[in-house]
Design a protein around this ligand. Structure first.
Ligand code: ADP
Length: 434
């Protein structure tokens, strides 16, 4: 409206001026020129303001409206920019305060961003390392293997810090967005050290207890051997003392075995283990353990199927499962041990037709000292550590323990080994034939 009035005014004033000097047309043309000039001036001011981000000019009419809108849009953009800058600053401050390293990775593992802890723990340098592949900067083989997809993604990987191998780090990769990944790295040195102290304590305490107990057991054996010469009232206490001493010895042996399985992170000595043969030995031991309780123990084993692993640890795991089947089933129960390939993986299954285990106990069964019926387990010579040993021994072979059980029907304990551990014996010996 205003610039129409201005235009009209300029034209009218030009015409009036022209008329007074006797050239109305020329005056009108002059007024038109002034009007066009005003528009051109505003175009120029707008261009300058946009180009140099300078203050928005002021004007009237259409131009005034346009400049006003431009001014408001600029002000909003400035406010938004300030707010975003504050958010970024706050994010950077909080990520810098994080004790854990965080690294955002783009395409092909290139480093997009990292926080201060990443610089401290992983030795990354910004901006020098930005855009570099993370595996070019963190060169640990375990980390590189995990990054390329080996192992369990969710479980993460442990490795030594690149710049200080006394530090133990745990890394985990989390996928987000499209093809993007977040690498989180924690310093777990302190926790590992405490675990080691606890393990050493248990192992040392067990070891220290072993010697006095052997002495006590030795004297008890001598005394019970001469039981005929002892007063009658001493016989039962001596029998009980012998039983309990043996129980303590079994607990100590199991604790030492567990400490050994947990403590040694080095890969154990592996050989090709003749499992069919091992199962025959375990069968004989189970029948001896059953004694007068007349359990039937059947072994159905693929005679040519051997396993790559540590024989002592495998024996301990398998013997515990067969021993449990004897201990925790009624007299005369049938125990069936099967050894063969299932979907290409070596599997050992120990099945019994005992009383079974209620479903609520199954998830906790392999915890230390967890027993369905503690007093009955103790009475049958159980230590409560058997399944914990089985689980640890299997974990060291990358194997899994699966338990199925139904009350009143029986239980099946399965050890599932990776296909890669399969070995085939060249010759089948008589001893290993079922
Ligand atoms: P324990 O020394 O008591 O046998 P384990 O860790 O070997 O300790 O087993 C834990 C518990 O699991 C046992 O106390 C028992 O209650 C239960 N259990 C293990 N094997 C069997 C089985 N074959 N049948 C029934 N219960 C079993």
């Amino acid at each position: 409206m205003a610039e129409t009035a201005l235009g009209g005014g300029l034209l009218a004033a030009g015409a009036l001026l022209g008329w007074t000097v006797g050239d109305a047309g020329g005056g009108f043309g002059l007024g038109l020129l002034g009007y066009v000039g005003w528009h051109l001036r505003n175009v120029l001011r707008l261009t300058l303001s946009l180009r140099s981000d300078r203050d928005v000019p002021e004007s009237i009419g259409l131009w005034g409206d346009l400049f006003e809108r431009l001014y408001r849009a600029r002000r909003e953009a400035t406010v938004t920019r300030r707010r975003l800058a504050q958010i970024v600053q706050r994010f950077e401050e909080s990520s810098a305060a994080l004790p854990d390293a965080a690294v955002a990775l783009g395409d092909h593992g290139g480093i997009d961003w990292c926080n201060e802890a990443a610089q401290r723990l992983l030795g990354l340098r910004t901006p020098r390392d930005l855009g570099q592949r993370i595996t070019n900067v963190v060169r640990d083989p375990a980390f590189a293997g995990y990054f390329s997809g080996e192992g369990d993604r969710a479980a993460g990987v442990e490795f030594s810090a690149p710049r200080d191998d006394r530090l133990i780090l745990h890394a985990q990769i989390i996928a987000f967005g499209q093809g993007r990944q977040l690498l989180l790295v924690r310093d777990i040195t302190q926790g590992r050290r405490l675990e080691q102290v606890r393990r050493d304590f248990v192992a040392n305490a067990s070891h220290e207890l072993r010697t006095p107990l052997t002495v006590v057991y030795g004297f008890l054996e001598t005394l019970t051997a001469d039981a005929g010469e002892l007063p009658e009232r001493w016989r039962r206490p001596l029998d009980l003392m012998t039983q309990q001493t043996l129980r303590m010895q079994r607990i100590i042996d199991d604790m030492l075995m567990l400490a050994q399985l947990e403590g040694d992170s080095r890969r154990h000595t592996e050989t090709d283990v003749n499992v069919p043969n091992l199962l025959q030995q375990i069968r004989s031991e189970a029948i001896a353990l059953s004694g007068g309780r007349r359990h039937r123990v059947e072994v159905h084993a693929d005679p040519q199927l051997w396993l790559r692993g540590n024989e002592t640890e495998l024996r301990s795991a398998f013997a515990n499962l067969v021993g449990n089947a004897v201990q925790h089933t009624p007299d005369g129960s049938l125990i069936t041990v099967r050894w063969g390939l299932l979907d290409g993986c070596p599997v050992l299954a120990v099945q019994d037709n005992g009383e079974g285990i209620a479903a609520e106990h199954l998830p906790r069964l392999s915890e230390r000292f967890y027993r369905v019926d503690a007093s009955r387990s103790r009475a049958r010579g159980g230590t409560g550590l058997g399944l914990a040993i089985v689980k640890h021994a299997l974990a060291r072979h990358d194997a899994e323990l699966l338990i199925e059980s139904q009350v009143g029907v029986g239980s099946t304990f399965r050890c599932v080994f990776p296909a890669a551990a399969t070995r085939r014996s060249a010759s089948v010996t008589e001893a290993s034939r079922m």
